[in-house]
Design a protein around this ligand. Structure first.
Ligand code: ADP
Ligand code: ASP
Ligand code: MG
Length: 439
C-alpha cells in the first residue's frame, strides 16, 4: 500500500469537539494518507503539571488535576459523538486512560513514568478521532506509534526500525482505510516510552513521511503558513508563500514555533515538500517548503530564548593551535550542542540552549582560561539572501537595532542567515524594530 501524504494536525486543530469534526472533510479527501495527531491543546501542559506535582510528592493536588482533566474529556465525549453506543465507548476510553494516570499517585514516582503519563494526550486524541470516524461509518485504522516510532541512543530516529515496523503495522489494515497515528510519542533504545520533545508531532510527521517516501508532508495548524516574524510578539506579520528547506530549518531551529526545530531535516534528506496549512482556512494555500525557493533580501526573523553564553579568555589562545578543539571537546563530553560561536585572538564566546550541564562545563572550561557565564539571552536569527550588494553588509538590520546592545554577531556561517545575541528583555523590541525596518 503506497501512502501518498502525511497530514499532521496540531493541538488547536483537534482542540475541541467542533474542531475534530471539522477534520472529517479534510481527511476524507483524495489520496492514501496517514493522519498524525497531537494531543488536544492544553493537555500536554496539564499532564506535565501533573507529573511535576507527582515528582514533588504532591499526590493530592495531582489527583485533583487528574480528575479535572478527566471531567473535561467526558464533556468532550458527550459533544463529540451522536450515538449512545459511541458515547459509552468514549467514556470507557477516557476512564481507562485516567485510571492509568491516577494509579501513579499511589506509587513512588520516577522520571520514566513521566513520559508514560505525558504520552496519554496523543493516545486519547487519536482514539477519539478513530471512534468518530467509525461512528460516521468511515473506514479508519489506528497505527500505534509505540509499535514503530523509535529513537536510538543519541535520540535520533532509528529509520531502519521505523520503516520495518511501520510497514508491518500498515499491512495489518485495509488499504483504503484512513490511518491515524500519534505524533510526539515514541520508544527509546531501551524500549521505554519516550517522546520527541515539546512540539514533536511535526517531527513525527516528517519522520513518517521520510520513512515512507511520501509525495507531500502537510502540517496543519492554527495560522496560514510561515510568517516573516513571530506573530505572538509582532503585529502585521506576513505569510511567506515559499521557503527552502535550509531557510525553514534555520528559522525553526532558531525559535519559529510553527515548526519543531528538527522537523525539516527528515523531509530535506528525502527531498519531500512540506506544506504548512491552516485548519481554520483550508482554502488558503499556506506555505510550501521545498529544496529551492525564490531568494529575497530579507525573508524572515525568528527568536530563540533560554540561551546562555560562555565567554572564555586565555592568553594561551594567542597564536596557538588546538585551543578551540579543547574548548569544543568539553561541550562534546557533556553532549551539549553549541549554537553560536565568535572568536578573537584572545577569547572565544559560545552559546548553548541546554543548561543541564552548565556548571560542569564552566568548571572544565576554567582549566583553559577565565570564564564568564551569562544567562537569559536570546538569539535573533534573520534569514535572507546575504549575497546581494544591498544586503551584503546588512545595513537595515544594524540601523534597526541601533538602540539595542548586541552581545554577539554571527555572520558568514551560511549565505542566508545572520544571528545576533541580545538580552532576552530586549527581544520583543528587537523583533518589532526589525519588522519595521527590513520588511
Ligand atoms: P500546533 O499546535 O498546531 O503545533 P503551534 O502552536 O505549535 O501549533 O504552532 C503554531 C503557532 O506558532 C502559531 O499560532 C504562532 O503563534 C506561532 N508562530 C511563531 N512563529 C511563527 C511564524 N514565524 N509563523 C507562523 N507562526 C508562528
Ligand atoms: N502534544 C505535544 C506538545 O504539546 C506535541 C505537539 O503538540 O506537537 O508538545
Ligand atoms: Mg506545534
Amino acid at each position: 500500500m503506497k501512502i501518498e501524504k502525511i497530514m499532521k494536525f496540531g493541538g488547536t486543530s483537534v482542540g475541541s469537539p467542533e474542531r475534530m469534526k471539522a477534520l472529517i472533510p479534510l481527511i476524507t479527501g483524495e489520496g492514501k494518507k496517514i493522519v498524525v495527531l497531537s494531543a488536544m491543546s492544553g493537555t500536554t501542559n496539564s499532564l506535565v503539571e501533573i507529573t511535576d506535582l507527582l515528582y514533588n510528592d504532591n499526590g493530592n493536588e495531582a489527583s485533583l488535576k487528574i480528575e479535572a482533566l478527566r471531567d473535561k474529556y467526558h464533556k468532550v465525549v458527550d459533544e463529540l459523538y451522536e450515538t449512545e453506543e459511541y458515547r459509552h465507548t468514549g467514556h470507557e476510553l477516557i476512564n481507562s486512560h485516567f485510571d492509568y494516570i491516577n494509579n501513579f499517585t499511589l506509587r513512588v514516582f520516577t522520571k520514566l513514568q513521566e513520559k508514560a503519563i505525558v504520552a496519554q494526550g496523543e493516545l486519547i486524541s487519536t482514539s477519539l478521532l478513530y471512534h468518530l470516524l467509525r461512528e460516521k461509518k468511515i473506514k479508519a485504522a489506528l497505527l500505534p506509534a509505540l509499535n514503530y516510532m523509535r529513537i536510538d541512543k543519541d535520540g535520533e530516529p532509528d529509520y531502519f526500525y521505523i520503516q520495518e515496523n511501520l510497514t508491518r503495522e500498515l499491512r495489518k489494515h485495509n488499504a483504503d482505510s484512513i490511518k491515524i497515528t500519534q505524533g510526539f510519542i515514541c520508544r527509546n533504545v531501551y524500549g521505554e516510552i519516550d517522546n520527541l520533545k515539546r512540539g514533536g508531532s511535526d517531527y513525527s510527521a516528517s519522520i513518517i513521511g521520510a520513512a515512507l517516501k511520501v509525495k507531500e508532508i502537510q502540517i496543519w495548524t492554527d495560522i496560514s503558513g510561515f510568517h516573516n516574524n513571530d506573530p505572538r510578539y509582532v503585529e502585521d506579520t506576513k505569510v511567506i508563500r515559499e521557503l527552502s528547506f535550509d531557510e525553514a530549518a534555520e528559522l525553526a531551529y532558531f525559535g519559529a514555533k510553527i515548526l519543531h526545530p528538527s522537523s525539516v531535516n527528515p523531509a530535506r534528506e528525502k527531498d519531500i515538500p512540506v506544506r504548512l496549512k491552516n485548519t481554520m482556512e483550508p482554502e488558503d494555500e499556506g506555505t510550501l517548503i521545498t529544496s529551492d525557493s525564490p531568494l529575497l533580501d530579507y525573508k524572515a526573523v525568528a527568536a530563540k530564548d533560554g540561551i546562555s553564553v560562555f565567554r572564555i579568555k586565555s592568553a594561551r589562545m594567542l597564536m596557538a593551535y588546538g585551543f578551540l578543539r579543547k574548548v569544543f571537546e568539553i561541550f562534546e563530553a557533556y553532549k551539549t550542542p553549541i549554537d553560536m560561536v565568535t572568536t578573537s585572538e584572545v577569547g572565544v564566546s559560545l552559546t548553548i540552549d541546554n543548561p543541564q550541564y552548565i556548571d560542569e562545563i564552566e568548571k572544565d572550561l576554567r582549566e583553559l582560561g577565565s570564564v564568564e557565564v551569562e544567562k537569559d539571552q536570546t538569539i535573533i536569527c534573520i534569514v535572507g539572501d546575504f549575497r546581494t550588494e544591498r544586503t551584503g553588509s546588512a545595513p537595515e538590520i544594524f540601523q534597526a537595532l541601533d538602540t539595542i546592545p548586541l552581545k554577539m554577531i554571527s555572520y558568514g556561517g551560511s549565505q542566508h542567515s545572520l544571528s545576533l545575541l541580545i538580552d532576552s528583555q530586549d527581544k520583543t523590541n528587537a523583533l518589532r524594530l526589525l519588522s519595521k525596518n527590513i520588511f
